[in-house]
Ligand binder design. Sequence first.
Ligand code: SF4
Length: 346
Amino acid sequence: MKISNQNYTSETFSHIYIEKDALYYPLTNKITSKLNKSKIVYIDNYNEIFSRKNQNPFLQKLSPSLILAVNKGDFIYKGSTLCHNFEQQNFYYTNFVVNCLLDCDYCYLKGMNFSSNILFFVNLSDYFHELSRLLNVIKERPERGQGKLYLSISYDSDILLFEGIYPFLKEWIEFAEANPQITIEIRTKTSNYKKFLNYSPLENLIITWSISPKEVIAKYEKNTPSLERRLMAISQLLEKGWKVNLALDPILYIGENWRDTYKEFLNLLSVNINLKKINAITLGVFRIPVEYLKRFKKFFKSPISFFPYDTVNGVSSYPEELKSKMIEFVSSELEKIYDKRNIYIV
Ligand code: SF4
């Protein structure tokens, strides 16, 4: 699998599974023409491949297949309480791409999905229809969040990885332009900033960069761009006037020297990017539904899976005392270099 430049080659996916209904969508042709050496297998329903039990997601992660399907279920979901909602009443997310080619040890997708294959839903226009309907509902009930809607479009994947084969950015940017009452958030660890340079910055489109100390990236964020490359990408877009958030999330307990590691990391941020231009910063320690953690332990033998977490209301995370210490330390260090009114803690 070649993903070092986030440029796709025919070897990226040895197999593409295509739902027969997906053949009617032009996007399917566009995608397959870019991956013209992959072996194509036609299927009736994507769940035959994606949701089959007894798969080994660890082995699939080494060489995932691509699945092209039509989403016939839900398009827009209420945001999880485990995510930052920026105090927005109408906080939603959507997923037209599921799973990721990057390989973070703490990624909840590894616990949530039976498969590590990459799933693209090719009926993007249906997402926009549903979103327009939801916006109308919200507009008619302005007491709910002043008619505004916050939508994260990349919770179940790092979608910017795939822009080269699944061109979604133009359509989302056009939708945001036409609907100022929606704020769209794209979350990423890539360094793919150049695509944005083809457009003018939008007040209601936020790019959230997930960043971590170098030690965390080296140990727990396999295949991801280095911190330097991410900071360079952030600087480029800030300079062009794009709205950028930073996600220092998950903050990980990486041994007794965690304070030094995070202090050095925050120092590096203040030196390398103009923090005054950052729209907001979110903080949160590692947390995961306990059921997902069970799958981590079964298939992914990372130290992240085996830390002695506490579980409260079905969510596993660090014991309360450690969690508080970590949040207090990182937030108080961050407040020395960044406006605390724009720091959000989950
Ligand atoms: S970049 Fe995000 S979606 Fe991809 S593996 Fe890492 S945590 Fe998961």
